[in-house]
Design a protein around this ligand. Structure first.
Ligand code: 0O2
Length: 228
């Protein structure tokens, strides 16, 4: 993006407003944050690779891929600030690492519900993965119908001079759960549209249909397995 003259003036005003020490302090903090974010990116890559490895192994063993897709995302600074505000916590580098568990996020979409639990168990068995928290929204869906298995894990990343333990939030769900969650997210956050009770009820119904679909597909998978 090109700097316009107006942008240039704003930038100069900011530089004039802060004294040199403050500008240096801001630059220093920005560097620290960028460093931490790069560690989270590495942890996210480690977890993604672990799932890719499991997918290859399972596909060789069972002749099909239990994982349909893997997505990763690093939480942006605006969402991080929003989370600090919601939790009424003062923002600091220490609080960032201690209080926010989902800076690094990995979403694993599986074919069948049974795959979700099998893949999660296989990951948690690995000796460098420590389980911090598990929320099973498949067995206990959220009141709006949201289903997914959420796990927070801690894994080591190996840097040139140190080992750092980093937290990653993993969401595991089926294709049907992912379909519902993606559309629900789009609908709920549509700008300038009031989300009515009827709409919420309709979404609940859709969630229930998607849960039934998962159950039936799981049964079908078992029948196919038994006939092999
Ligand atoms: P984004 O864009 O994914 O970052 P906590 O982290 O424990 O302090 P919370 O909300 O209790 O906060 O965590 P929870 O319940 O484990 O859910 C966190 C994430 O799950 C959300 O992240 C969403 O990605 C997803 N999620 C939870 N509930 C719903 C839901 O009702 N619908 C959809 N579509 N997704 C949901 P963020 O931070 O909200 O967003």
């Amino acid at each position: 993006m090109e700097w316009t003259q107006a942008d240039e003036k704003i930038k100069n005003d900011i530089v004039d407003f802060f004294d040199k020490d403050t500008t240096c302090w801001i630059e220093e903090k920005a560097k620290d944050i960028a460093k931490i974010m790069s560690y989270y990116r590495c942890a996210m890559m480690e977890i993604e690779t672990k799932f890719k490895v499991l997918n290859i192994e399972y596909s060789l063993k069972n002749d099909r891929n239990p994982i349909s897709s893997i997505k990763t995302r690093l939480k942006d600074m605006q969402s991080i600030r929003g989370k600090f505000e919601r939790k009424s916590i003062k923002m600091s580098l220490e609080a960032l690492e201690k209080e926010i568990n989902d800076i690094a996020g990995v979403r694993v979409v599986c074919s069948f519900p049974a795959d979700v639990y099998e893949i999660a168990e296989a990951l948690l068995k690995q000796d460098d993965v420590r389980l911090i928290e598990m929320k099973d929204y498949i067995k206990n869906p959220k009141p709006n119908g949201y289903r997914s298995l959420h796990i927070i894990v801690e894994i080591p990343i190996f840097l040139s001079a140190e080992k750092k333990l980093m937290k990653v939030e993993i969401q595991l769900r089926t294709i049907a759960m992912d379909f519902w969650a993606s559309l629900e997210h789009q609908l709920r956050y549509k700008k300038d549209v009031e989300f009515t009770e009827e709409m919420a009820h309709e979404l609940m119904e859709c969630a229930s249909i998607s849960a039934t679909l998962d159950e039936r597909m799981d049964k079908l998978r078992n029948s196919v397995g038994n006939n092999e």
